[in-house]
Design a protein around this ligand. Sequence first.
Ligand code: C2E
Ligand code: CA
Ligand code: CA
Length: 623
Amino acid sequence: MRQDDSSDGLAQGQGSTSPLEHAPEFFPALNPTACRSGNNGECSLPCDLLARAKRRLLGSEQRFRTLFEHAGFGIALIDPHGRILDMNKAGVSFLGYSLSEIQAKNAADYIHPDDVQRTRESFRELEEGRRDYFELTKRYLRKDGALVWGRQIVTLVRKENDEPDYFISMLEDITENRRADDMLRHLAFHDALTELANRALFLDRLGTAIRRGKRNPDFIFSVLFLDLDRFKLINDSLGHPAGDAMLCEIAARLTECVRDSDTLARFGGDEFAILLDGLSDPLETLKIIERIRNALARPFFLDGHELFAGASIGVVLDTERYENPDEIVRDADIAMYRAKENGNAVYEIFDSRMHEQAREVLRMETDLRKALERGEFELYFQPIVSLRGNRVTGMEALIRWRHPERGLMSPGEFIPQAEEAGLIFDIDRWVLANACSILDLWSERYTAAHDLLLNINLSAKYFLKRDAVDDFSEILRVTGVRPSRLRLEITENLILDGDEHVTGKLLKLRAMGVSLALDDFGTGYSSLSYLVRYPFDAIKIDRSFTRSMLEKPNDMAIVQSVLALGKNLGLEVVAEGVETLEQAAKLREWDCDFAQGYFYFRPMPASDVMDLLAKPSGLVLTY
Ligand code: C2E
Ligand code: CA
Ligand code: CA
C-alpha cells in the first residue's frame, strides 16, 4: 500500500492544470515578467539593461523549450506531491501513455512496485537536502503492460524561501542495454545446451543455502550429483547431435522431478547437480531420487532408436557440517563414483569414510607414478593352448605390481587408476617393450620359443596418444621382434572409447603384420558388428561364460554360438578361464581350437616360462 505522504514527492496526484503554462513558473529565473529582486517590482536596474535581460531570458526560454521537447531522453517536471506537471515527447513515448493520462496520475504509478520504496527514499533525501541529485536505475510499467528499464537522474529546484519547488527528472531508456545485460548474465550462469543453471550459478546458490543453514538450523538442504551411465556410448555410436538431444530430454525430465525452488544444474558433459532446498526432512531426498529413477527409466526415442539412460547418483545429506560449496560438491562427486563402482547401486550417500577411501586412491596414484621409476612392475605369462595341436602356441603377458607394502597386486587393482591418472600410456609402453625383449631372449635361447605368439593387452588410452603407432614401431625395431609374433588383445571399449583415429591406428598396426584379438568377448556392447567391421584375427570368449557354461544353458548357448561364429568368419576362438577337466572336455567336444585357464596353466613369471621352454616336452599338453 502506498502511503499518501505528500513530502516524498510521490504522493497520489489529484489532476493537474495545463502543463505548458507551467513552464515559466517552473523556471522562475526564465520568467521575464517576474522580477525576483525582492523590491516589489521597483527594480533598481536601468531600464534598457532590464529590456536586454528580458530578451535574453525569452531567448533562453525558447532554447529551453526546444531542448525540452526534442531531447533524445525523457524530461519530466514533478511537483513535490508527485504530480507530473510536464513531460517531453521522449518521456511520453517511453511510458506509452498520452501526456494528459500521465498528468492525471502520480509519478509512482508508473514505477514497478518493487522499485517504489527506493525511489521515495531518494526523493526524500533530495528534499531534506542530503543530496544535490540522485540517479536510479529502475523498472517502469508501460501502458501496454510491458516492463521497461530507465535510468533516472533527478534534481530539485527550490523556491526563494528554500522550500522544494519542483523536481527535474531526466529519464534514459535503457531497456535494450538491460536486455543485453540480462542475456549476458544468463549466458554466464546457464548451460547453453540445456538452459539449466551452470556450475557457477549452482555453487552460488549452494553458498547461499549454506549461509542460510548456519543462521537457521531448521533450514535443511541436500545435494545430488548425477552422472549418466554409458552416455559416451550414445555419443559415439549415434553422434553428438543425438547425444545433445538426449541431454536436453534428460534435463527436461529432471526438471519435472524437482520443485521450482530447487536448483538443477548441468556441470558439463553428462554430469548434473541438484540442490534440494528447504526440505522438511533430509530423507525427502530419497523420494526425489526415486522420482528421478522412474523418470529416467522410461525409454528415450532418438533417431528411431529406443534408448535407456541409467544414472549414478551421489548424495550429501548432512550438509550442515560444511563451510563451503566446493566441499559439498566434491563429496557428492565421491559418493557418485562409489555408486558407479558398485555397478547396480543407483545412488550412494556420502559418509566420511569415503574420504579415507578417496585419499587411498590418491595415495595409490602417487605410488603408481613412482612404480615405473622404481621398477616395481613385473610381467607374468599365461600360456594359450591349441586344443587341436595339444600344445602351447602362445603366451599372454599379464602385468603385476610388486608394491613395497601391499605385495603382489593384480592389474584389476591398479590399471583403472592408472588409466584415470593418465599413466597407462607409460605402463603399456613398458609392458610392450619388456614383453618384446623377453620374447627375444626366449627365442634366442630356445627353439621351442620360435613360433610362440605373444599376446599383449593394450588399453584404449594407449592409442589415444597421437604417436602411438610410431612409438609401437620403434619398440619393435629396438627389440628386434617381428610384428607377426605379436597379437594385441583389445576390448570393445577400445573401439568405443576411441574415435576414428584409434581405429585408424589399429588398422595401421594390422597392416604392419600385428594380429588382433577381441578380448573379453560377450561382456561388452553389440560386439557382433565390430567383428564384421574390424579386422580381428581372434576372439577371446570371456571367462564368465566359460565358468558357467556347464550350469547355465544360456551361457552354453553363447559359447557354442561364438564358436560357430568364429568358424563362419574364419576367426580363431580362444576360451578363457578354463578351470576344470569337465570344461576342457566340453570345449574339445565342441571343436574349440584354443583355450586358456588355470586348468592348463596359471600365469607365471618369465623364469618359469623358461623352465617350460627348456624341457623337451614342456609345451605339450598332458590332456
Ligand atoms: P584379461 O585380459 O581377461 O586377462 C585374463 C585374466 O584372467 C588374467 O587376470 C588372468 O590371470 C585371469 N585368468 C586366467 N585364467 C583364469 C582362470 O582359469 N580362472 C580365473 N578366475 N582367472 C583366470 P589378471 O592378470 O588379473 O588380469 C586382469 C586384467 O587386467 C586382464 O584381463 C587385462 O584386461 C588387464 N591387464 C593385464 N595385464 C595388462 C597389461 O599389461 N596392460 C593392460 N592395459 N591391461 C592388462
Ligand atoms: Ca587379455
Ligand atoms: Ca580376457
